[in-house]
Design a protein around this ligand. Structure first.
Ligand code: AR6
Length: 341
């Protein structure tokens, strides 16, 4: 998935590069900087000594040493001073410069912490917005997988009004009851050995007659049915892409789906996507709920009210919100799987 928000410790990310929220000396400090230096070991500190520091909004790159990543990109975020001192532009620049360095060093995957949102005091909700916007913008023209690693889940807040509205919708629509009332099976009455023997004889003769008389008819009937299959998921996807006048790239980028995965679907029309991937395409195509249900069915899925993920998706489609990243922010806040593939 090109852009993913994950919960965890950035020092454990197995990616090509992780980004460090450093200070201008680049010689270590507290927070994520301290965690990265202590996990990487003295080699990182020695290389940082050669870099000559770094300006706010800029970035420099080193090796990863004992970390599971190849590179560490060190960037210096702005200190929050109320928001009117160019903080947003500096923070955007941190993401952009880091991503440019990652591309120059042929990194295919990069993980960011929430730069400036700790010691430097940038309000976490605004820091997430700046980070997401900068990353999504960059991904419009670059093939890269980018993770935004949220260390403390409390830092993560979506828009308050959206959150309230979603809670209300979930409350009204989410049910843990099955949609069809469940009837417990009745215990079968005991069967005597003689009755069992009769039963076996009966079914075995029915089976032989069925096999002898109708196997030819049945196979041609089945053949005919197989030749008249309904349009499949991939065919509907490609038809809709054409109808909407989108290019393939526009579609998979809007869907937050990796180019390689999209090529797989292009070359194998029977490809069965995962449910979050199927929904990501539905969102990219901006399908109304009835068409969304139809397309999901073609991939073998449905939306149900006994699944929180489904209720959240239904909420966004019903409200005409077709931005995968906004939906993913909400899914993340409610601990659900994210869209894309
Ligand atoms: N993995 C991912 N994120 C983390 C981790 C971790 N292991 N540890 C903390 N965070 P901060 P800043 C999150 O203070 O605000 C340093 O001393 C944390 O929850 O590390 O840019 C530098 O040397 C927060 O959301 O960086 C500078 O002097 C985010 O990382 C100064 O702090 C950033 O918090 C930089 O301050």
């Amino acid at each position: 998935m090109p852009f993913q928000i994950v919960h965890g410790d950035i020092t454990e990310m197995k990616v090509d590069a992780i980004v460090n929220a450093a200070n201008s000396s680049l010689l270590g400090g507290g927070g994520v900087d301290g965690a990265i230096h202590s996990a990487a070991g003295i080699g990182l500190y020695k290389e940082c000594l050669t870099l000559g520091g770094c300006e706010t909004g800029d970035a420099k790159i080193t090796l990863g040493y004992n970390l599971p990543c190849k590179h560490v990109i060190h960037t210096v975020g702005p200190i929050w001073q109320g928001g009117n001192h160019g903080e947003q532009a500096s923070l955007t620049s941190c993401y952009l410069r880091s991503l440019q360095l990652a591309s120059e060093h042929e990194c295919e995957s990069v993980a960011f912490p929430l730069i400036s949102s700790g010691v430097y005091g940038y309000p976490a909700d605004q820091a997430i917005q700046v980070a997401s916007r900068a990353i999504i913008d960059y991904l419009k023209d670059h093939d890269l997988t980018v993770y935004l690693v949220i260390y403390d889940k409390h830092d993560y807040q979506i828009d308050r009004a959206l959150h309230q509205d979603l809670l209300k919708y979930i409350d009204q629509n989410y049910t843990t009851e099955p949609l069809i009332p469940y009837a417990a099976p009745q215990a079968a009455p005991p069967v005597s050995p003689a009755e069992e023997e009769d039963d076996r004889d009966h079914w075995s003769s029915v089976f032989h007659i069925f096999q002898r008389t109708s196997s030819k008819d049945r196979s041609s009937e089945l053949q005919a049915k197989l030749e008249q299959l309904d349009e499949g998921f991939a065919d509907m996807l490609f038809r809709k892409i054409d109808e909407k006048g989108l290019t393939d790239a526009q579609c998979y980028k809007r869907a937050n789906v990796d180019r390689k995965l999209f090529s797989k679907i292009r070359s194998n029309r029977d490809y069965k996507p995962s449910k979050p991937t199927a929904i990501a395409f539905i969102i990219a195509l901006e399908l109304p709920l009835d068409e969304a249900m139809d397309m999901l069915k073609k991939a073998g899925y449905a939306l149900s009210h006994s699944n929180k993920f489904d209720v959240i998706i239904e909420y966004f489609i019903s409200n005409g919100v077709y931005d995968v990243f906004t939906i993913n922010e909400a899914l993340f806040a409610f601990d659900q799987r994210l869209l894309g593939g």
